[in-house]
Design a protein around this ligand. Structure first.
Ligand SMILES: [Zn+2]
Ligand SMILES: [Zn+2]
Length: 176
């Protein structure tokens, strides 16, 4: 939805704080012996995020009524503050982590939450930068900006991945 200035930038304050807090509490809960396993779970979920990002962009942002209309507006007005409110995205993360907590334990749920939230923060940060910054060529950010511009302006059936082109390559939607 259309966000105000505070609404748009609040993700960049709330998510680092939430990740740091959950990370500290989760690691304490996991204990020294289980710390490597906890970090491994975070990394796996960070990787899993790139797949979620691809699926959300390809099938939700481009096909679900209302969300599709908002996303269409982002395609045209790339710098307007159309986005997901922090309370909503945080709520979705909580809905994923809570059942894991109930079925498993807090340490595992916190690791999953940290991994997915890190991925989400990486995604919204990269997406903001490629629309508002002018990265030097060649660089990781420049490559992502060029590929995302192809998705915005040339072919909206290609390059659904924002942080990487990995899943586009797997599913045949990569366009360089
Ligand atoms: Zn965009
Ligand atoms: Zn799109």
């Amino acid at each position: 939805m259309q966000l105000g200035l505070i609404g748009y930038y609040s993700d960049f304050v709330v998510y680092p704080l939430a990740i740091a807090l959950l990370g500290v509490v989760g690691l304490i809960e996991a204990g020294e012996e289980s710390a490597p396993e906890w970090i491994g779970t975070v990394l796996v979920c960070l990787g899993l995020w790139t797949f979620i990002e691809y699926v959300l962009h390809r099938f939700v942002l481009h096909h679900v009524p209302y969300i599709r209309d908002l996303h269409d507006r982002h395609h045209v007005e790339e710098r307007s503050r159309v986005g997901t409110p922090t309370w909503l995205s945080l709520g979705v993360h909580a809905l994923i982590a809570l059942p894991i907590w109930l079925l498993s334990d807090f340490a595992t749920a916190s690791a999953v939450g940290c991994g997915l939230m890190l991925g989400y923060l990486w995604y919204i940060s990269v997406h903001h930068m490629i629309h508002h910054w002018h990265p030097a060529h060649p660089s990781y950010l420049y490559t992502l900006k060029r590929r995302h511009a192809v998705h915005h302006h040339l072919d909206d059936n290609a390059n659904f991945g924002v942080t990487s082109l990995f899943w586009d390559r797997i599913f045949g939607t990569a366009r360089l």
